[in-house]
Design a protein around this ligand. Structure first.
Ligand SMILES: Nc1ncnc2c1ncn2[C@@H]1O[C@H](COP(=O)(O)OP(=O)(O)O)[C@@H](O)[C@H]1O
Ligand SMILES: C[C@@](O)(CCOP(=O)(O)O)CC(=O)O
Ligand SMILES: [Mg+2]
Length: 409
């Protein structure tokens, strides 16, 4: 089998984080920052994994992994959640403590689960050397876990022959068919389950299908709206205008798994108080979708104050459900002092926020806001919103920086 190079994007959730885990709508777009994977056949009946983003360099004998698969004796399926018993066996095998939630432990666990499950269902993955490198910050709300899981699912499914290799000689990039992407998405969701505990599936759906920028007339679905039921069945693509957004990383580390579990606990403790908040977040997503569709049909600046108000209301709601953080409060105050509106994006508790930049925002105002945010120790950048989903690449289509990062293994 030949070398594989592939990538998947991160995402930005405009509205609906956390609420989507409880069946409410979320609006998400793919981000122009990606995770890349290189898979190379190697000899010696070994599986080697290099994950520089989380400091992992590991390897296992293929025979040992086969024996482990036998020990798990489970009928793995893309529609079945990883069980606690399976994960306990994997932790023991990899020498990971039972309650470990460190980035490297979760990355190895997700890898081993997907490798064993996919090879059990579709046949052995040959001896390979896998490197994953990302432009995305990990654990910051931009869906790095889903981009990682989607890359792994696509590479492992391809390596055992469950999906095709759509890249033809001389082509720079290629995408899989809808049916193949559905399979990739389902397995990636299981990987997300290992990392997140109880994910909604929105992040892996965006990383799989992506969203294109309005300038690229190939697809019109620039935004993905998702409810909980099904994993792609209820994705609604709608046309939206180009939005200028400033992304800011507070650099405060947090774990999506812990935050998602905390929200669930609060809902169980105060259902009558929390459920209306989730309903309100759902209504915000619906309202935002209507406004964005109206803006796409009639690009007028009059809509921006509504979008800004929706950001403010949702940011308050996210604080109410317990996923705020003092760093995010500070960030919102700094941008407000420049007349700009922000909300956290992703799981919160630190991580990243998004700030809306209406078209009349002067360059000076953006630069001043960025300067003040950087003075707080935050990192901020304007980035493209709308990007293709999981993609196969020829090596000539990747930048020298990406190729170098993938070959430093
Ligand atoms: N490039 C990567 N290589 C290995 N593991 C990764 C990579 N990106 C993400 N992960 C895994 O995903 C986890 C972060 O997921 P999560 O807490 O959901 O945050 P987010 O998805 O917002 O970045 C990391 O701790 C790590 O286990
Ligand atoms: C909080 C949540 O809505 C999004 C989490 O995104 P991230 O892992 O913080 O990038 C969880 C989910 O949808 O699975
Ligand atoms: Mg995540």
């Amino acid at each position: 089998m030949a070398e594989l190079l592939l990538s998947a994007p991160g995402k930005v959730i405009l509205h609906g984080e956390h609420a989507v885990v409880h069946g409410k709508a979320a609006l998400a777009v793919a981000l122009g920052l990606r995770t890349f994977l290189r898979l190379r056949p190697c000899g010696g009946e070994r599986l080697r994994v290099h994950l520089p983003g989380v400091g992992v360099r590991s390897g296992w004998d293929v025979a040992e992994l086969r024996a482990l698969r036998g020990r798990l004796a489970a009928d793995f399926d893309e529609s079945k959640s990883p069980s606690t018993e399976q994960l306990d066996v994997l932790k023991e095998f990899a020498g990971i403590a039972a309650d470990a939630s460190a980035p490297d432990c979760l990355a190895i666990l997700a890898f081993l689960y997907m490798y064993l499950a996919i090879s059990a269902k579709y046949g052995d993955v040959p001896s390979v050397d896998i490197t994953v490198w990302s432009e995305l910050p990990t654990g910051a709300g931009l869906g790095s876990s889903a981009a990682y899981a989607v890359c792994l699912a696509a590479a492992l499914l391809r390596a055992c022959g469950a999906i095709s290799c759509p890249l033809k000689d001389g082509e720079a990039t290629a995408r899989w068919t809808e049916e193949e992407m559905t399979l990739i998405n389902s397995w990636a969701f299981q990987g997300e389950r290992v990392i997140h505990g109880n994910p909604s599936g929105v992040d892996n759906a965006v990383a799989t299908w992506g969203t294109w920028s309005p300038q690229i007339p190939i697809r019109k679905n620039h935004i993905i709206k998702k409810g909980r039921e099904g994993l792609g069945g209820c994705l609604v693509a709608c046309r939206v205008p180009t939005l200028r957004i400033l992304l800011t990383n507070t650099k405060v580390p947090r774990s999506t798994k812990v935050l998602v579990a905390g929200v669930k606990e609060k809902i169980l403790k105060f259902p009558a108080i929390m459920n209306p908040v989730l309903d309100s977040i759902d209504a915000i997503s619906q309202e935002c979708q209507s406004v964005l569709e109206a803006m796409a049909a009639n690009p007028s600046p009059e809509y921006y104050p509504v979008l800004e108000e929706l950001f403010d209301i949702n940011q308050h709601h996210l604080n109410v459900i317990g996923v705020g953080h003092p760093s995010l409060d500070r960030l919102c105050r700094v941008t407000a002092s420049h007349g700009l509106h922000s909300k956290l994006t992703g799981a919160g508790g630190g991580g990243c926020s998004i700030t809306l930049l209406p078209p009349d925002t002067t360059l000076l105002a953006v630069e001043a806001a960025k300067r003040d945010l950087c003075a707080c120790g935050f990192e901020c950048w304007e980035t493209d919103i709308g990007a293709p989903g999981v993609t196969l690449h020829s090596s000539s289509s990747l930048s020298a920086q990406v190729l170098q990062a993938l070959s430093e293994s």
